[in-house]
Design a protein around this ligand. Structure first.
Ligand code: AKB
Length: 320
């Protein structure tokens, strides 16, 4: 892993992951792959940037050639809610983007590829609590379908070509730097922003909706630990369950109310309720713990304290 290309460097996870990887591997060794959204000043100033649309293979090849890339971290995807509004776009970006990454990595005999998956691989028939890694994978969203196919494809490239492909199933990710773009779990980020800005929030899923979630520092820790893990110790490759916490919207609101007592939440469930209802309440991540030492640091209250103090600072400075 000498030169890493992060595709999707302006997204919620990609933007922070690019900076974290630059800290770990050196700014000049981590190339930010961007598409339409302008990257942050920090991304522009700390290392190289290239325009890479994952669906355009030649564009990816040019960036890979120019920087002598040996590792791709593929963070670009259309998430669940936007995917349900435009299923063909989700298929195109998620599947054609991924096959381009895998073929490019195979052609060039790359060292490593990391492709995240999601709890969206699960569906209404999956056990809801402490959901095992190996279980029924019959999602009912296009995003989930592309993620199941992505895990299978990644494992196929490991088996058939000996390419080192790894992936983990992200739960909902909560952060205060870059907003998430079109997922079902976005309410768990929006609720903090609205609590700080307006002291009230209208949630698009019911108050008893319980989903697995993770705070960004743990997400970065999980992603980088898996990226660095010893290949010989991995028995699984592209489908690691990772878990940190699970809570209902009511429990999330109550945790915020400890710090902002006047905060009020109302509920107007929309089409995203059905997606949330098809995903597990909580996740069993024993394989990640056994095979690459995964262990989260943040629980709900630790995350709430951190989120609120970061967002209150931004609000006072007029950034949000
Ligand atoms: C989404 O809600 O679509 C994503 C995810 C769980 O993968 N945040």
């Amino acid at each position: 892993m000498k030169k890493i290309l992060v595709i999707g460097s302006t997204g919620q996870i990609g933007s922070e992951l690019t900076l974290a990887l630059r800290k770990e591997f050196g700014g000049e060794n981590v190339i930010a792959g961007i598409r339409k959204t302008a990257p942050s000043k920090q991304i522009l100033e700390t290392g190289p940037c290239e325009v890479v649309d994952a669906t355009i293979r030649e564009q990816m090849e040019r960036a890979v050639e120019k920087h002598d890339i040996d590792t791709i971290v593929h963070m670009a995807a259309i998430l669940s809610a936007v995917g349900e509004q435009n299923p063909m776009m989700a298929w195109n970006v998620n599947m054609n983007g991924l096959i381009n990454v895998l073929e490019c990595a195979r052609d060039r005999k790359m060292d490593r590829v990391l492709v995240p998956s999601s709890i969206a691989v699960f569906g209404p028939g999956t056990p809801l609590d402490n959901t095992p890694q190996e279980t029924i994978l019959r999602p009912t969203t296009m995003y989930g379908i592309t993620k199941v196919a992505g895990e299978l494809l990644g494992d196929y490239y490991v088996l058939k070509y000996g390419l080192d492909v790894r992936g983990l199933r992200y739960p909902g990710i909560i952060s205060h730097e870059t907003l998430p773009g079109g997922g079902t779990t976005d309410y768990a980020v929006a609720i903090y922003y609205e609590a700080v800005k307006n002291k009230k929030y209208t949630c698009f899923v019911r108050e008893d909706t319980r989903l697995p979630m993770m705070y960004m520092p743990d997400c970065l820790k999980a992603t980088i630990s898996l990226l660095k893990a010893d290949f010989n110790k991995l028995r699984h490759h592209c489908d690691f369950n990772v878990s940190a916490m699970s809570f209902s919207v009511k429990e999330l609101a109550d945790s915020i109310k400890k710090y902002i007592p006047e905060f009020e939440v109302s509920y107007e469930p929309d089409f995203r309720q059905k997606i949330a209802d098809s995903w597990p309440n909580s996740i069993d991540d024993s394989y990640a713990r056994e095979e690459w030492g995964w262990k989260p640091d943040y629980d709900l209250d630790a995350m709430t304290r951190d989120m609120l103090s970061a967002l209150q600072r931004k609000h006072q400075q007029g950034f949000i």
